[in-house]
Ligand binder design. Structure first.
Ligand code: NAD
Length: 258
């Protein structure tokens, strides 16, 4: 991809210090974007910023919990000042967050954590960036759903399925609300990408369950991380300028639905 594809564009990436978020940050930065990371893991933010800056990428970061709407708004304001506005938001903060898969083992706190980080966190971050995008004449928001919110996943439980399905409703309704502001809102729904966290979860499945997952993928293989990053950056770019309110399934054909 062209080194200047995102020149002049400012990305906010939540969960940006994690597996997919950091990979998006690096690729968007290498293609010319300025990068702002929001994550709770301050050590991981610090090492990512060193890495990005050493490659000549303009990058900032804030240790913020996306469940705290006021802290999110303040951090986004500071980052917008530091990087001259915001063009693209990618809300990767989320996941099943170490909570159990089976209902008998899931506490009320587990349920609250998964819903709050994934759903309220996405909402708070979108709410915070929209005024800054309006000032720049538009923008693109990419939310993170999951195949686990589109179908019944063997890996994750009911709270995750609920949260990732809710993100699709959020995405569509918000797309309708901000379309006239030239802000597009789309969801990505990845299948299983073996970031460190997911490699551990996949490894905890029985061999039979693992084989069932791979047998259910028409492309017959697990994906490379790049195969999630490129579709996210497509939704971030002008190449998708007439796409909004959509969900992009990136799962090797494991789920085929409309
Ligand atoms: N990896 C996959 O296969 C896969 C598949 C489908 C969907 N997803 C979704 O993609 C997103 C990223 O997944 P990943 O595999 O990179 O996960 P990850 O665990 O590697 O990264 C998630 C990041 O979010 C941060 N985070 C967690 N809670 C937070 C909070 N309250 N506030 C701010 N930051 C917080 C973590 O510190 C971490 O850096 C998640 O929303 C996940 O549900 C991933």
């Amino acid at each position: 991809m062209a080194k200047n594809r995102f020149t002049g564009k400012v990305f906010v990436i939540t969960g940006g210090a994690g597996g997919l978020g950091a990979a998006i940050a690096q690729e968007a930065g290498l293609q010319g974007g300025a990068i702002a990371i929001l994550d709770t893991n301050s050590d991981a933010i610090d090492s990512l910023l060193i890495n990005l800056r050493s490659r000549g990428i303009k990058a900032e970061g804030r240790a913020v919990d996306v469940r705290d709407g006021n802290a999110v708004t303040q951090a986004i304001g500071e980052l917008s000042d530091a990087l001259s506005g915001i063009d693209i938001l990618i809300t990767a903060a989320g996941g099943s967050l170490g909570t159990p898969r089976d209902m008998d083992d899931i506490s009320d706190e587990d349920l609250g954590l998964v819903l709050d980080v994934n759903v309220k966190g996405t909402y708070y971050c979108a709410r915070a960036v929209i005024p800054h995008m309006k000032k720049k004449g538009g923008g693109s928001i990419i939310t993170f759903s999951s195949i686990g919110g589109r179908s019944a996943s063997p890996v994750t439980g009911v709270p995750y399925a609920t949260a990732k399905a809710a993100i699709l409703g959020l995405t569509r309704r918000l797309a309708k609300e901000v379309g006239l502001d030239n802000i597009r809102v789309n969801a990505i729904a990845p299948g299983l990408f073996l970031t460190d966290r997911l490699a551990e979860m996949f490894g905890s499945l029985s061999e039979i369950e693992q084989n069932e997952v791979i047998a259910g993928i028409p492309l017959g293989r697990m994906p490379e991380i790049r195969e999630c990053i490129d579709p996210v950056l497509f939704l971030a770019s002008q190449e998708s300028s007439y796409i909004t309110g959509a969900v992009l399934d990136v799962n090797g054909g494991r789920l085929m639905s409309n």
